[in-house]
Design a protein around this ligand. Sequence first.
Ligand code: AGV
Ligand code: CA
Length: 307
Amino acid sequence: MRNVYFNHDGSVDDLVSLLLLLQMPDVNLTGVGVVGADSYLEPAVSASRKIIDRFGHGATLNVAASNSRGVHPFPKEWRMDAFSLDALPILNESGTVKTPVASKPAHLDLIDKVQATTGKTTLVMTGPLTDLARALEVDPTITAKIDKLYWMGGTFDGRGNVAEPEQDGTVEWNAYWDPQAVKTVWDSDIAIQMVGLESTRQVPLTPAIRQHWATLRQHPALDFIGQGYALVPPLEHFETNSTYFLWDVLTTVASETPAIVTTKEVTSDVLTTSPGQGRTFEVADGRPLTLVTQVDHDGFFARIDAL
Ligand code: AGV
Ligand code: CA
């Protein structure tokens, strides 16, 4: 069993990632933190609690709400999805929510859970790195108890996904929300596996994969996945700013099933000045990390079905 602490930011693929972590037989989920970055905080926390109730196989967890604030806010239209997901009937059948909210904010909850867990903890983070950066400032000794960080964010190919003024098109959104947090985590000695846009571009949401999930909707977990991904636009005729990829789900599944990805070691740094704030780039003598480069597309989707 591997201890995993999950910190996410409430978009559809973040919440599907939570569901999948709860299905992994070799994962002992020790805690969940939620930051209202690519979501509003209240519905993202609420949906997380309901997912644990409905799909957690009796896991006794609580959900920590973050009080972190970003530098560059996500578009409101994207953040609204958490309200729809939280309202899906499949999460609201029982009419009550059992999984409690943790007493401390997410960055302090992360410290508490990592320190209280016997052995090391793997961190899976599918939003900005703010809570981890703040945790490192409060208690730098947590690094001794962190096995590895799996992070969805950044990109090394110069093709960002932030279409906003005052940036240069090279930056990924989770890094852009809080560039300094990425730098703080890069300056720590935590081992990092990074899933950036060069690999997530290989797993777009498509009408075909939606259709596949539709045929499996007699399984409640796959029904939930299909309902969730009905809220966001697929890659159909051409890629737009809103086209949805399985960014976070790839990160989460690759943390448990490494065989679905190919990786390489890179050394890198993070830009914290404008334009290009949040850009991750390769540099000799930089911070070492493991970068996911290629995805076994069919193996990845098959693993989701099997969980
Ligand atoms: O940059 C990818 C990150 C992932 O953690 N998020 C969405 C995933 O949860 C931000 C994002 C980029 N493009 C988006 C995003 C889009 N078209 N819709 C919603 N969120
Ligand atoms: Ca996310």
